[in-house]
Design a protein around this ligand. Structure first.
Ligand code: IPD
Ligand code: CA
Length: 258
């Protein structure tokens, strides 16, 4: 279902990126940012799909907040219908739809996730215990020593204190990257294109990383908190976290300052 509805989102928004229509202002959403027309179009596609399917769930969306579709929900749909909204509005072809399903109010209960590249229609997806895939091809994090080590690091809006913690990363590693859509960057990490992905700003919402959390784990990676302990969190749309996605402890030791 997550993959099916992601295809509908792709169809409904693929011609909107960079247009005036995409930017229409709908006021502040539950996640605290201004909801744009492209965000609302994508969210409504998902909400209407699950209503039509009569799927008994609670939707936790970045713009809509908590939407209860049933008094007896089977679980939660964690939705960032457009992740990388600023890219989408400006027309930078790097934004996605991130959807996850969890049986309880915690990250570790996520059973399914789908991240759709809304510029290409490619779908990254995972089911607990069944592996991670890009469309129909299995994917895995990078375990080999790559020719160029690529460090994904989100510094957007980081405080000067946080930037100090990153200083040695920038000094010691030449290829640092941040593309502006957290979920899609996690998908690229799960695919093995990025060697480690760090977001220590304490700003990321659960919606932006829930599907990526399962995808990374099913692709053989570690999901850790800022103390390098296994990551756990509730699913509230008010929660903000820090995390690092790494293929193994060796690269963590190489990159993360102690
Ligand atoms: C944003 C993106 C961005 C990250 C921000 C998020 P949004 O999500 O994931 O890369 O730096 O913290 O809010 O607002 O485009 O859904
Ligand atoms: Ca969003």
């Amino acid at each position: 279902m997550l993959r099916d509805v992601s295809k509908l989102v792709f169809e409904n928004v693929k011609d909107m990126a960079g247009t005036e229509k995409a930017a229409g202002d709908f006021g502040r959403g539950a996640g605290g940012d201004i909801s744009r027309n492209i965000d609302i179009t994508a969210e409504n596609t998902v909400i209407n799909y699950f209503k039509e399917k009569k799927f008994e769930c609670v939707i936790l969306g970045e713009e809509c907040g908590r939407v209860e579709l049933s008094p007896n929900p089977k679980g939660f749909i964690i939705m960032d219908a457009i992740d990388g909204s600023a890219n989408a509005i400006r027309g930078i072809p790097f934004f996605c739809c991130s959807l996850a399903f969890a049986t309880e109010d915690k990250l570790s209960s996520i059973t399914d996730g789908a991240i759709t590249n809304l510029s290409t229609g490619e779908i990254f997806w995972a089911s607990k215990g069944k592996g991670a895939f890009l469309d129909d091809k299995p994917i895995s994090v990078q375990k080999e020593k790559p020719l160029y080590k690529i460090i994904g690091i989100n510094t957007s809006g980081a405080s000067s204190e946080q930037l100090k913690r990153f200083e040695s990363i920038f000094q010691n590693h030449h290829h640092t990257r941040h593309f502006g859509a957290n979920a899609l960057e996690m998908a690229m990490f799960a695919q093995g294109l990025i060697d480690i992905y760090i977001d220590f700003r304490g700003k990321i919402r659960i919606q932006d990383m829930a599907a990526g959390y399962l995808l990374v784990k099913e692709a053989g990676g570690l999901m850790l908190d800022e103390n390098l302990q296994p990551l756990e969190s509730d699913l509230s749309y008010e929660t903000r976290i820090s995390f690092v996605a790494a293929p193994n402890n060796e690269i963590l030791d190489e990159v993360i300052p102690k």
